[in-house]
Design a protein around this ligand. Sequence first.
Ligand SMILES: Nc1ncnc2c1ncn2[C@@H]1O[C@H](COP(=O)(O)OP(=O)(O)O)[C@@H](O)[C@H]1O
Ligand SMILES: [Mg+2]
Length: 193
Amino acid sequence: MFNLILFGPPGSGKGTQSERLISRYGLKHLSTGDLLRSEIANQTLLGLEAKSFMDRGELVPDEVVIGMIRSALDANPQAKGFLFDGFPRTKAQSEALDTLLSTRGEAINVVLALEVTEEELVKRLLNRGLTSDRSDDRDEQVIRARIAEYHKKTTAVADHYRQFGKVVSIKGEGTVDDIFDALCGEIEKRKAA
Ligand SMILES: Nc1ncnc2c1ncn2[C@@H]1O[C@H](COP(=O)(O)OP(=O)(O)O)[C@@H](O)[C@H]1O
Ligand SMILES: [Mg+2]
């Protein structure tokens, strides 16, 4: 079992790197953003509730995303490990995740934190907004609100895992290949340990 959190602000490249990492290591990708967007597309009750928060650049309430992750873990009892992308985003979510994993006799092995400057993030997200159907990527004010929300609530997640020595920072600027190599290097170290 190898469970990893790919951590970083919106636009730091979590989705891009996740796709490569899951295919190299055979992990199950759990992106709360993707799960929520699919709930919205399917017009479920959960999706309807989540949308109002997402449109404002705010975080969806903890109990909603924790419930979604609990179901996803239950639905994948045979997974070789999970790559969490966009989750946990608050201290309460980190604690809930640790509890959910510990009931399976597992834990988070490593938190890989992508570091990217704010100006680069805004540039990437506006660019992504041109080609994706993500409405939260079209408005610079919403983008800046998401980055502010990240600093206000989400950096606490890194603090939580830092006390267990599980956080590794990776420069998230440069080519996708170079960043991928740096991520894999850290995973190999931890897998060997
Ligand atoms: N290393 C990189 N250099 C330049 N742009 C990148 C890089 N990695 C990702 N991007 C672009 O930045 C945007 C956000 O990437 P994404 O993987 O969706 O980030 P996240 O999932 O962290 O929000 C995308 O448009 C993607 O094409
Ligand atoms: Mg993403």
